[in-house]
Design a protein around this ligand. Structure first.
Ligand code: KG4
Ligand code: ZN
Length: 352
């Protein structure tokens, strides 16, 4: 099965051609980072307009790079939740138009399910790494979401949230702290780079809830502490001080994320853990998860960087799982929900 995936939920316009087994034939991502950088965050109206400009050329390029035409495609998968509604609408309307014109089946994909399954993608030139067996426990940490999931299969109804953030997402905290320190947007990659040169013990801190046994997170307190530091002393000009602040902040965030992921796996008697979402690109987090899991006899699965941040290949793969089950959305498919299906199914499923 060959699936065309479309992603436009936030600030990346993506299109990809992926086989049902996860082999990526093409994965085009047109980032809007430069467009939003001067505002220190994503401006929804600008995002929608840029998606509308780019979706057609991005999809054409995905087909060209994969060396296929629309006649070779068996189905279309498009992110239809959660995200910026105006941005989602562009991808959904485009995908629906193409499906209608070609008589192709179409399915909507929950963006979070895409992130949870990104570990199954096989990109060209990559060693075919081992894949996690179901069930596994996954940490999804991105700019909009941070939560732990128990994943029993490749569809939304097989994913259950075990605990999430009570306030900011981890990526949001990276972005806000970078903004406070005048480091630009997005904050994650620049803090990651500066932290590598810094001393994480100079401003030691703990993320709130780090020592609580619950699987919930909170990142707004650590961001506020940083804001107070900057308000009291002004923005640090000394390079070493900035690097030490970044390293200390990053240590606190990655510590709590890695600890709770492994804790969740143990509590659920699961021996495989998976990382997903943009923050999974963080080098310290990747290393912490590997070493902590290893020490507990748990196998960890960390996707390559291109599969961590937003991309359409993960959407195509998650869509292939739905199409494979015979699911179709047709013209009812809407893009008006900012709530993930995983969030909606959280309650009433009982604790495991
Ligand atoms: O998954 P993603 O591309 O988009 C959302 O769905 O939100 O995640 C973007 C987030 C941003 O907050 C960005 O700062 C963060 O991922 N990020 C990182 C790194 N690379 C991207 N955070 C920490 N370290 C990184 N290396
Ligand atoms: Zn995302």
């Amino acid at each position: 099965m060959l699936v065309l995936g479309i992603e436009s939920s936030c600030d990346e316009t993506g299109a990809a051609i992926v086989k049902g087994d996860g082999t990526v034939l093409s994965d085009i991502v047109q980032s809007q980072v430069d467009l939003h950088a001067r505002y220190g965050g994503v401006v929804p109206e600008l995002a929608s307009r840029d998606h509308a400009r780019n979706i057609d050329p991005v999809a054409r390029e995905a087909l060209a790079r994969a060396g296929v035409g629309l006649d070779d495609i068996d189905g279309i998968a498009v992110t239809n939740r959660p995200g910026l509604v105006g941005a989602l609408l562009v991808g959904v309307q485009f995908a629906k138009g193409m499906a209608w014109a070609r008589g192709l089946p179409i399915v909507g994909v929950d963006h979070l399910v895409g992130h949870l399954l990104a570990i199954f993608l096989r990109r060209p030139g990559e060693e075919p790494a081992p894949r996690p067996a179901f069930p596994f426990v996954a940490l999804l940490a991105s700019g909009g979401h941070t939560a732990l999931y128990y994943v029993e299969g490749p569809t939304a109804d097989a994913c259950r949230e075990l605990g999430g953030t009570r306030d900011d997402a981890a990526g949001e905290a990276f972005d806000k702290v970078a903004k406070l320190l005048g480091l630009g947007y997005p904050g994650g990659p620049v803090i990651d780079r500066l932290a590598a040169k810094g001393d994480a013990t100079r401003f030691p801190q703990k993320a709130p809830m780090a020592s609580v046994r619950s699987l919930e997170f909170s990142f707004s307190g650590i961001k506020s502490r940083m804001a107070r530091y900057v308000a009291e002393r002004g923005r640090p000009k000394d390079e070493a001080e900035v690097a030490d602040l970044c390293a200390s902040f990053q240590r606190a965030v990655t510590d709590v994320l890695a600890n709770k992921l492994v804790q969740a796996a143990q509590a659920n008697h699961v021996s495989h853990v998976v990382l997903g979402g943009g923050v999974a690109a963080n080098r310290e987090l990747r290393a912490r998860v590997k070493s902590l899991a290893n020490a507990r006899g748990i196998e960890s699965f960390v996707p390559p960087l291109a599969s961590c941040t937003d991309n359409a290949a993960m959407i195509a793969y998650a869509g292939a799982a739905r199409l494979d089950r015979g699911e179709r959305d047709g013209w009812d498919l809407s893009a008006t929900s900012q709530t993930s299906l995983l969030r909606l199914t959280r309650k009433g499923r009982g604790a495991r």
